[in-house]
Design a protein around this ligand. Sequence first.
Ligand code: F6P
Length: 318
Amino acid sequence: MKRLGILTSGGDAPGMNAAIRAVVMAAHYYNLEAMGIRGGYHGLMEGSIQPLTLPEVEHIADKGGTILKTSRSKEFMEEKGRKQALDVLRSFDIDSLVVVGGEGSLKGAEKLHNMGIKVVGIPGTIDNDLAYTDYSIGFDTTLNTVLDCIGKIKDTDFSHDKTTIVEVMGRYCGDLALYSALAGGGEIISTPERKLDLGTICSRLQSRIDNGKHNNLVIITEKMYDLQELKHYIEEKLKISVRTTVLGFIQRGGSPSAFDRVLASKMGVAAIELLVGGHSGLAVGIKQNKMIHKELEKVNAEKAEKGNQYRLLDILLS
Ligand code: F6P
């Protein structure tokens, strides 16, 4: 192995740049030439590939987004698109690849591995929806952004004795909502793993109001409810006025936290060392504070299991 490519794919996540930096630095350490593939799998199919040098990555660890840009490519999901990508990799003499991204991106990485390219995946997604790793790059930064926003909403809710529903990202994973509540950000939470029906949300709010707590924060994961319908339902049932805030794409940006930068650095080096050791078809991760790696095939088949954290939530918010 002499020449490797790196790409970022799917939704950007803070810390992706720190991962790129670590990969390029580790590649340099092992005398490999690093090639930056711009625009995710779409850019790979288009041959948007250039050498990525140390000076280009030296000062990017603190930057949000991804200097390589990213995309969600429908064409790459088709066999024809993947064959095109393979031809491009061969024409650039790239036989090894590091893919930084979430669920869909790691599925793409597995497909390329099955086509004979040496691939290692790095989990980069704010959603934290990959079961094989405790944390993905970006989750910690986004969680801090969410907590910062929620703190500001709580200030005004307290002053006016208001109830606000805050919708956070996460796609089909409730970790951002769950961890926000664990960190003291919200009183009632509803996530895909633990969905509350409208009646339960109202009865929990009512019992807080009965206990004299008139400023309440309900955190919900996106894609679960019609927000306006939920607001009006609560307003009619409890005869209170309810505010709603969708945090939206503010959650994807910003300078990565120290945790995400360190995690990205560890994962970047681990990915290169696996490739240097002749391995392929793996994703790196962190489990109980230890770096791990697992076959992409297993990673992509696993479903998230968040049982213990919900037990903690039940104790804290009982
Ligand atoms: O996967 C990251 C994420 O921000 C999700 O939380 C969200 O559902 C989705 O991406 C939004 O995707 P897009 O950027 O394609 O609108």
